[in-house]
Design a protein around this ligand. Structure first.
Ligand code: CTP
Length: 392
């Protein structure tokens, strides 16, 4: 973000991108911080906002290069005449221009400025240069400017910008899994005890949602069966979202759709037990009893059941373990008839349940386990989708 009155609209753009399933990180010039505060964007994106090349409190020693390498698509919105001039000439003299020079990601700019500044020959020359360099320019529209008169220089409405970004993303990633159908489960299931209580688990749904987005980006048609999630569900024309509550609901959805798909990824944290019977009225605490005993019965093992009659489907399981990771996960790979199993140790700090990061080991039948370094769930998802693409 660079300085301009339109900066306040970027809050909605960030939200739209997040709903679409994207992860967004923000860098702001000093001028931009005069219009909106970095705190707003840090809270919204859950990432620190890059404003200063020399900030001392950063963990990554070269924060702008880390951000430049991380990004799949760089969007400059609003883009001032100044940043356009810098980009066209390779100038890197503060955090935003330096990050833009360092990134190899495709770039979109959304100019917004006074109409005379837009019409200026220097600006027009720079715009032409950027287009020649392969930068996508979303042209400003004619309308009322902050100065109080009409002219060409207004930033287009956020939903128009969003639509163009989505198009660009589709173009970038669409080939790998074109024509493939993915069935992905995410989140935790809930087993009802009485009208106000349930047994649940701490799954956020982040991993399954990240996989759905990564598969859709790679061109697949995705059906996402989502149990309880704390992460935002994607709003994406390539992803059908179906919400479920209990393990039985999830089992019904997976069983009825399994054979119509090419790949099943069971990333959901499925309840293994459910109450023997559901109380129709709220269970009261009785004065004379300090204990309540709930009798539970096993839920169906969805994966085991569906994968036992798989034909050409490629089946991916997850295994959450707290001990003997490889040994336990290998047993699950075989007993659940999976083609690939993603094992993670949910007892280790900062990864797994609820976290943004994951540290996984990939198991395949008759292959040595492969441990992947700790990375974000989005990166695990991208890497896993690429691996699945090569396997199918
Ligand atoms: N799974 C399933 N149905 C269940 C339980 C689990 O389909 N009733 C799937 C999960 O979605 C995951 C894999 O099986 O892909 C392994 O889940 P996990 O909870 O690690 O294993 P469990 O079989 O439940 O074994 P345990 O809880 O004893 O470790």
């Amino acid at each position: 973000m660079t300085g301009g009155i339109a900066t306040y609209k970027i809050v909605s753009l960030v939200r739209l991108l997040q709903h679409h399933g994207e992860q967004v990180r923000v860098a702001m010039t000093k001028a931009a911080t005069n219009f909106v505060t970095p705190t707003t964007f840090a809270a919204l994106t859950k990432y620190p906002v890059l404003t200063d090349l020399w900030a001392k409190d950063r963990q990554a020693s070269i924060a702008h290069v880390e951000l430049a390498d991380w990004t799949d698509l760089a969007i400059v919105a609003p883009a001032t005449a100044n940043i356009i001039a810098k980009m066209a000439n390779g100038i890197a003299d503060e955090a935003v221009s330096t990050t833009l020079l360092a990134t190899q990601a495709p770039k979109i700019i959304v100019p917004a400025m006074n109409s005379h500044m837009w019409a200026n020959q220097a600006t027009q020359r720079n715009i032409t240069q950027l287009q020649l360099d392969g930068v996508t320019v979303i042209e400003p529209v004619t309308g009322q400017l902050a100065e109080g008169y009409d002219g060409k220089g207004r930033m287009p409405e956020v939903d128009q910008i969003f639509a163009q970004i989505v198009d660009q993303l589709k173009g970038q990633n669409s080939n790998l899994l074109a024509g493939k159908k993915f069935l992905i489960s995410a989140g935790g299931t809930r087993e009802v005890i009485d009208p106000v209580r349930f047994i649940g688990n701490r799954s956020s749904g982040k991993m399954g949602i990240a996989l759905a987005v990564a598969a859709a980006k790679a061109g697949a048609k995705v059906t996402l069966i989502a149990g309880q999630t704390t992460a935002l569900l994607p709003d994406n024309s390539q992803i059908d979202v179906i919400k479920v509550q209990s393990t039985q609901d999830l089992a019904d959805q997976i069983e009825s759709r399994f054979t119509k798909n090419d790949v099943l990824i069971m990333a959901a944290a499925v309840a293994d037990f459910q109450p023997f019977s559901v109380a129709t009225e709220k269970i009261k605490k009785s004065a004379d009893n300090d204990e309540l005993v709930l009798k539970l019965k096993k839920t169906p093992d969805i994966l085991k059941q569906v994968a036992s009659h798989k034909q050409s489907q490629y089946v991916v399981a997850f295994a959450a373990e707290t001990q003997q990771l490889i040994e336990n996960a290998t047993k699950k790979l075989i007993s659940k008839h999976a083609d690939l199993l993603v094992a993670n140790n949910v007892a280790s700090a900062g990864v797994g349940f609820g976290s943004d990061d994951n540290e996984v080991t990939i198991l395949e039948p008759n292959q040595a386990p492969i441990k992947w370094n700790k990375m974000s769930k989005q990166q695990v998802a991208n890497q896993l989708i690429e691996l699945i693409a090569t396997r199918i």
